[in-house]
Design a binder for this molecule. Structure first.
Ligand code: 3HC
Length: 300
């Protein structure tokens, strides 16, 4: 699949809906690669927390980029932050943008309601994309009248470090839309892969069952979480073991994905839920972000 650099109308202005871990990461990388960005969330308070998280992450990037040059580090961070505007009104933000990337709560109805409202307000040329981890893009897109200008852009956590973007095509996505999304992924410094709208696309389809199999191994008492993590890091070269990764991604996210798939595909054994994960989530132990999941973390 060759990507022509001459596809009309490269995406310059990006609106990111959702200022959580993924949304703020996407906003950061889009701004750091020269795009004008509007980040949207429900309250000013949430947005100022997202902004602080971006500033902190940019500080880490700047330290690497301009080692020993504090002045250039500060001006890099200020320059990128200057390209990020904040807005609490998604419809207002959609009125003049080339692309909307949605990274809000994984709830189909909420996403559909959002896109339906945006569809009324956004210009004709605006492309809509969802960063959903596990919901079918087609189901979200049907809330709009722009199926040809709808696709998936699936990033990975932490967005500034992970080099991949999955670009997802629904049957109606036009070639031009798809090309523009691929081009944006590349312009954001990522490697892109083409995906059909199948559960979990490529990465989560393999990664989530792998993490769940590790949990089942623990539930059976075959090995400890620590030993399984050590084994996969040193024996298979993974940067994090499955339990470290599940805690990092968030056990609520992992559970959400597996709950959806187990309901939809009750006969697929590797998609089945786990009593252990269910209990951790019920106890509010969602991983690193709450200070405890499979492991305990120091709260900074
Ligand atoms: N922003 C900027 N820089 C960051 C960062 C962030 N949020 N997080 C880490 N870094 C940088 C650090 O500054 C550090 O830079 P340095 O090497 O120059 O000092 C570098 O990354 C390494 O960080 P650490 O030393 O703190 O830790 P690690 O060496 O363990 O690396 C990691 C951290 C990059 C997260 C690595 O452990 C990793 O790749 N883990 C696997 C992550 C993964 O699999 N993600 C995908 C999850 S699935 C998903 O997201 C899909 C969703 O739909 C659920």
């Amino acid at each position: 699949f060759s990507t022509s650099p001459a596809v009309a109308g490269a995406i310059k202005h990006v609106t990111v809906i959702g200022g959580g871990l993924m949304g703020s990461g996407i906003a950061q990388v889009a701004a750091a690669t020269g795009h004008n960005v509007v980040m949207v969330d429900q309250t000013d308070d949430i947005l100022s927390k997202s902004k602080a998280a971006i500033q902190k992450s940019l500080g880490r990037v700047a330290k690497k980029k301009f080692a020993d040059d504090g002045e250039r580090q500060s001006s890099f961070v200020a320059d990128v932050m200057g390209r990020i505007q904040l807005n609490t009104d998604p419809v207002d933000a959609a009125k003049s943008t080339d692309l909307v990337v949605e990274a809000i709560v994984e709830n189909l109805d909420v996403k559909k309601k959002l896109f339906s409202a945006l569809d009324e307000a956004a210009p004709q040329h605006t492309i809509f994309a969802s960063n959903t981890s596990s919901l079918p893009i087609r189901d979200i897109a049907e809330s709009t009248n722009r199926l040809d200008r709808f696709g998936g852009l699936h990033f990975f956590n932490p967005v500034p470090m992970m080099k991949l973007v999955e670009v997802v095509k629904i049957p109606e996505t036009s070639n031009e839309t798809f090309e523009r999304l691929v081009q944006l992924g590349k312009a954001m410094g990522k490697t892109t892969v083409d995906c059909k709208d199948t559960p979990g696309f490529i990465v989560n389809r393999l990664l989530v069952p792998y993490m769940m199999e590790a949990v089942r191994m623990l539930e059976r008492g075959d090995a400890s979480a620590r030993d399984i993590d050590t084994a996969m890091k040193l024996g298979a070269g993974y940067p994090m073991g499955p339990f470290e990764l599940a805690d990092y991604v968030g056990l609520d996210t992992t559970k959400f994905i597996i709950d959806g798939w187990s309901k939809k595909y009750p006969d697929v054994q590797i998609f089945q839920e786990s009593p252990y994960v269910n209990k951790l989530v019920a106890d509010g132990k969602l991983g690193k972000k709450t200070g405890e999941g499979f492991y305990k973390y120091d709260k900074k």
